[in-house]
Design a protein around this ligand. Sequence first.
Ligand code: C2E
Ligand code: CA
Ligand code: CA
Ligand code: CA
Length: 283
Amino acid sequence: KHEGRNTYRLFRTEMNQRDHQQLALETALRNTVESGEGLEVHYQPLVDRDSGEVQGAEALLRWHHPEFGQVSPGTFIPLAERSGLILPLGEWVMQRVAAQLMAWRQAGLSPPRVAVNLSARQFWQRGLVERVAELFEAYQLPPGQIGFELTESVLLDHQQEAVELLHGLRELGCRIAIDDFGTGYSSLSYLQDLPLTTLKIDRRFIQRLTGEESQRRGSAAIVAAVTGLAQELGLRVVAEGVETEAQLAALSRYPVTLIQGYLTGRPVDAETFAGRYLQAGEK
Ligand code: C2E
Ligand code: CA
Ligand code: CA
Ligand code: CA
């Protein structure tokens, strides 16, 4: 016992401030995941560029802790991934989204498809497809009401297995988007081999379209190439992180299907989302 305390003290002094903060956050997150308290799903609209209609939404997790306040997903998602907490956390998100969609439908609203982000560990978790099928069943959701967003690196590690998993999800009607497209691997051949539906162009390219002169041409070339490729492959293109009219205008010459960004709508809580975007009886 005595020695244990000494070891602990030594450990403590060697740990820097940052490690402490991380450990405290991890403990807090663990407790939060158990109780579900302080977690909330926000929804950001995906707007059809031509019609202006809301064609979908992305589910984005929010965490408010009594001591740490609002913790950004950019902080707690990587922490959850490292600690394994992403599995119960991801399960909580899927269930929450499914329950919300059922509630909206029962209230006579017609919610659009909602895309849920999947981390590598969630995607590769045994029984994912069965779990999704179960959720659709339990919450009486039509096929494809929930879809998924994955990054390239998740899919390319074990591409053959990924193809099988994705086919399983596609059979449930789920849309599959490649998130942050253009920031990961440089190989494009996988676009032909994986059963995808959507490419999401990372917001850094969108932002550079109207950024410094020196960056504009390069990002315009990338956006032109990516949207052209997607069109040829029959994939929908989402432009992420559109914040200004100038960015929207700069995108006008490219075959972009959907706009997602602060310009067309920030992520908001479920109630606000329904009030703004869901009308009774409308499809
Ligand atoms: P992401 O999947 O790329 O999500 C888009 C991020 O861009 C969100 O940040 C969203 O709030 C933000 N965003 C949307 N429009 C704009 C815009 O016009 N300008 C700017 N500057 N940002 C915009 P958020 O909510 O902070 O989430 C960060 C990341 O955390 C997400 O990036 C995603 O990778 C991860 N994440 C969030 N929720 C979940 C979840 O439920 N599960 C998993 N596995 N990851 C999640
Ligand atoms: Ca995403
Ligand atoms: Ca993204
Ligand atoms: Ca991201």
